[in-house]
Design a binder for this molecule. Structure first.
Ligand SMILES: CC(C)(COP(=O)(O)OP(=O)(O)OC[C@H]1O[C@@H](n2cnc3c(N)ncnc32)[C@H](O)[C@@H]1OP(=O)(O)O)[C@@H](O)C(=O)NCCC(=O)NCCS
Length: 269
């Protein structure tokens, strides 16, 4: 029997971090210069904070868990923009991924599988109506998924929760494979399990039995952990396992990280 070695499930609440300018500038000096310039170009400080904390969590991962020196860690990005570690070289391949939305930044990591994560705040963007919002994004979901989202027994708010849970499932998979917008999202279909309570009714639980089908074919090597960070933010981790028949699922809650934890390890670059 084997279980996947997810080495980090970290979550940072940026709404609780309102740094004075001096501390914000200090944190900016902890990341690579090209990323600092990118973040300085954001219009809204809230977006800059989310991305900045994401970069710090990546460094914290390699520094705290893998004992690398903060200053020698070097990240690059793939052609599709996915961050990867380029230096120092390591014997084991450590996969990681970041997501940020609303109040939260999350990081996940694994030593033996591809891994992706997505967090979403359950809200309607820019005062859009629910009808308009659903109409513009309906084409990303299969007929089966759309029927589940628009279950007539749900209130509108519950339908929105269900929508974002599917969204996180799709995005976490897309991010694990690192392909971004090039995938046909309708061909990636998720089937929820009847054996697990719906997260809308039990936000404290972690779902781990949802199945992925691609072009109607089951993909048993792909596993998903779905949960809520608080009552408005749903999150999903996607990872693949080699020996899926002998695999034990061991879902866990996210560990909360705060700025003090970053300051303990960080160094100016
Ligand atoms: C990057 C992408 C994969 C996700 O972006 P997003 O949901 O806006 O943002 P998230 O907060 O989840 O993730 C952003 C982080 O993912 C990482 N990332 C960027 N490109 C990535 C890629 N191709 N693969 C994996 N991770 C990526 C980065 O760390 C990025 O943080 P940064 O911008 O601060 O550097 C997006 O470009 C995309 O293509 N999404 C599919 C769009 C879609 O229609 N989804 C509908 C689902 S139903």
């Amino acid at each position: 029997m084997s279980s996947t070695n997810i080495t980090a499930r970290w979550a940072f609440n940026v709404s609780e971090w309102n740094p004075p300018d001096e501390q914000y500038q200090q944190i900016l000096s902890f990341i690579q210069p090209e990323e600092k310039s990118r973040i300085n170009r954001f219009h809204f400080i809230e977006d800059a904070k989310l991305s900045l904390i994401g970069r710090c969590l990546m460094r914290l991962l390699f520094c705290k868990l893998y004992k690398y020196d903060w200053k020698t860690i070097q990240f690059s990005r793939t052609k599709k923009n996915k961050p990867i570690l380029v230096n120092p070289d390591s014997d084991s391949i450590i996969n990681f991924n970041i997501s940020h939305h609303g109040d939260w930044v999350v990081l996940v990591a694994s030593e033996n599988s591809s891994i992706g994560v997505d967090v979403m705040k359950v809200e309607l963007p820019n005062n859009q109506s629910m009808e308009y919002f659903f109409e513009t994004l309906k084409d990303r979901f299969s007929d089966h998924e759309w029927l589940t989202i628009t279950n007539p027994n749900y209130t509108q708010f519950q339908q929105l929760h269900q929508f974002y849970q599917y969204w996180c499932l799709k995005e976490s998979y897309v991010k694990a494979v690192g392909l971004g917008l090039s995938l046909d999202l309708r061909s990636i279909e998720f089937h929820l399990s009847n054996e697990e309570p719906n997260l809308i009714e039990n936000m404290q639980s972690i779902k781990s039995k949802t199945q992925l089908l691609i072009n109607n074919e089951l993909q048993p090597e792909w596993k998903f952990e779905e949960s809520y960070l608080d009552n408005l933010h749903c999150v999903c981790i996607a990872y693949n396992v080699l020996d899926h028949e002998n695999f034990i699922i061991n879902p866990q809650n996210f560990e909360k990280i705060d700025i003090e934890e970053i300051l303990k390890y960080a160094k100016n670059l």
